[in-house]
Design a protein around this ligand. Structure first.
Ligand SMILES: NC(=O)c1ccc[n+]([C@@H]2O[C@H](COP(=O)([O-])OP(=O)(O)OC[C@H]3O[C@@H](n4cnc5c(N)ncnc54)[C@H](OP(=O)(O)O)[C@@H]3O)[C@@H](O)[C@H]2O)c1
Length: 278
């Protein structure tokens, strides 16, 4: 079953093949209840970020779940405007405290530039942040480190400066938006792609082009989208605050046949062009 399956990062760390997204899940009851329910139905991988403002409730849900800490994979992210060594250490420690954890499974640089200044050159700042993350990794505070929204050139400067290849790149990835240049680079460097917004933030769950395929397999369009990500070797991070949909998004034990995968590969853009989201 997909919920019991793992990818293995190049450093040997295993990571559940599907993660539960928490962007736009409000701190407090909503985040606590959603994560609690996600853990109850079998998710063992939670994706949050300092920027989502819900680390405290995510951490509380994890603590109250009664599940062994080692059996839950927790990702959080360095805010996109923090581009220096000390700031990275401070923000990492802040996330650790908010989550109430002793270590993080995966820590990501949220974006190569601040959201308020998309496209600015933060090369030196990213290198400083990356060096701090390597130190935290070597100290055992983080089990794996990576990036998000990074293009090949952004990743290459980190590798050239430190020799350490990111273990993960979390990018906006869904049917019709598969970012091949980034995916090719990541495949060449053994960097796992995490597919964020695998449902295009809800935009494609009622897509008419995908309905016939959903009917053929007797599933929802959302499940087609998530299964597609898995069959492309990426790790989807669906978000929901609805119990039925949280559970549904984990039931992915069917296979899209090769002809249909090819159809989906060539479907063209079906969501809005929004390459970067927080
Ligand atoms: N690194 C980054 O920069 C970045 C950026 C964006 C997202 N992310 C991560 O990726 C996660 C997912 O991305 P996302 O939040 O953009 O959204 P998404 O998972 O692509 O889509 C979520 C939307 O789809 C709806 N939905 C969920 N399951 C459904 C189903 N089975 N049927 C119909 N509708 C369904 C949800 O509504 P309900 O809640 O009402 O079910 C919500 O409106 C985030 O939560 C976050 O963890 C990372």
């Amino acid at each position: 079953m997909v919920k019991n399956e793992f990818y293995t990062l190049y450093n040997g760390v295993t990571i559940p093949k599907i993660g539960f997204g928490t962007w736009q899940v409000a701190e407090g009851e909503e985040a606590y209840n959603s994560v609690t329910y996600a853990l109850k139905v079998g998710y063992r991988h939670i994706d949050t970020a300092h920027a989502y403002g819900n680390e405290a409730s995510v951490g509380r849900a994890i603590a109250d779940s009664g599940i062994d800490r080692k059996d839950i994979f927790v990702t959080t992210k360095l805010p996109s405007h923090i581009k220096d060594y000390q700031g990275t250490i401070q923000h990492f420690n802040q996330s650790l405290t908010s989550l109430g954890l002793e270590y993080i499974d995966l820590y990501l640089i949220h974006a190569p530039w601040p959201w308020s200044d998309i496209g600015t050159d933060c090369t030196q700042g990213n290198i400083q942040a990356w060096k701090a993350m390597i130190e935290l990794y070597n100290a055992g505070k983080i089990r794996s480190i990576g990036v998000s929204n990074f293009h090949p050139a952004d990743m290459q400067v980190l590798i050239d400066a430190t020799g350490v290849v990111p273990m993960v790149n979390q990018i906006r990835y869904f049917i019709g938006n598969t970012q091949p240049a980034i995916v090719d680079y990541c495949n060449q460097h053994n960097i796992l792609i995490q597919a964020y917004s695998p449902l295009a933030t809800g935009e494609i769950v009622n897509n008419e082009q995908l309905q016939p395929l959903a009917q053929k397999y007797g599933v929802t369009v959302a499940k087609i989208c998530l299964r597609y990500c898995l069959q492309k070797g990426t790790l989807p991070l669906p978000k929901s605050t609805n119990e039925g949909r949280i559970a549904q998004n984990l039931e992915l034990d069917f296979t899209i046949d090769q002809a249909d995968m090819t159809f989906l590969d060539n479907i063209g853009r079906i969501g809005k062009i929004k390459p970067y989201r927080s």
